[in-house]
Design a protein around this ligand. Sequence first.
Ligand code: SR1
Ligand code: MG
Length: 401
Amino acid sequence: MTTYHAFTEAEAVEYARTIPNLFAPNSELASREIGDGNLNLVFHISEPSTGRSIILKQALPYAKVVGESWPLTLDRARIESEALIIQESLCPDLVPHVFVYEKDLALTVMQDLSDHVIMRRGLIEGNRYPLFAQHIARFLAHTLFYTSDLGMNQQEKKERVKQFINPELCKITEDLIFDDPYYNAETNNVPPAIQDAIEALWQDKELHLEVAILRNSFLTHAQSLLHGDLHTGSIFITQDSTKVIDPEFAYYGPMGFDIGAVFANLLLNYAAQEGWSKDAESRADYRGYLLGTIKDVWTLFQGEFRSLWSLYGEDRLSKTEGYQDWYLQQVLRDTIGYTGSKIVRRVHGLAQVADINKLEDEAAKERAQRIALRIGTALIKHNRQAQSIDELLEIAVKAVE
Ligand code: SR1
Ligand code: MG
């Protein structure tokens, strides 16, 4: 048995040499630690003579973003590799391939995606990704349908729920998304310029009720195997390829939580156009692109989900007339509520986003933060009445008028 220890770059190379059929024996290998996320070590190992490369991702026994004072389970490496394997079986082109998972080292060896960029960075640079909506809609429809009671045997699904009990990572979400942003918690990082808006949010009882209801659903509604942290930093992208990475927060929860994560991060970039766009015309144009992407994702997701349901639905009762419409309306409402929750937490919570925080012009940054808060809080308050995705888009448009 190998004892857990955090790898150095040199140890990562030595480990990579032991993986069969990857690199030539004794060839020169380069190793770089490139992890810029909140939690893990990520080593890029390459063989210059052949151009071959892989990624070694190792979980640390604590949250890197805070330090050793915040211990964190190594079991998240198992959750991540097992979720990736299930996702690959459902949409092979949309996730990285896992070569090896080594439990004792909390280590996953996977396909290198260095020819892609992290989508958050791509959006900050003002790029457009014409196939993204199709790709992510298919990822969402297939992973959410086939892991739910609609698309798999209901007894087997219960085994899956057991496999993906992920209490420590869920606790991070429960606190950082659904609790801390709504009071003066120590973990918050309130931008001084918007202190007034944050204090108003701490007093807003109507908002707190909706957040409590959304949190209840996150805690109790074991609907599908979620990615659990599907922001634009968990997506690698090019003009013609999309790869979803990092499902260490995977667990059984409400479908709308994953869809809402995608929409929230597109809308955070939408708010941040206050600073990234060079003039009003290009700002309106790029915002139009982002809203169009949200509309396309929802439309394509819904269409694909309905057709999977009609063709492959496992459950006799689920064919009852009206049930599919009711079900998707609930998913839409959850999506809108979780979109809002995931926007708000990124404005003044512990882990914020580069889209807004990297803005150098302080006035533009403040405008972006206020827009994000307006959109996030309005979506949270509206979620239980929503009938159509257009209402989300209207809220976003109104927030910048
Ligand atoms: C302590 S972890 C902070 C955040 O990083 C992850 O990406 C999740 O979004 C989590 O909430
Ligand atoms: Mg992550």
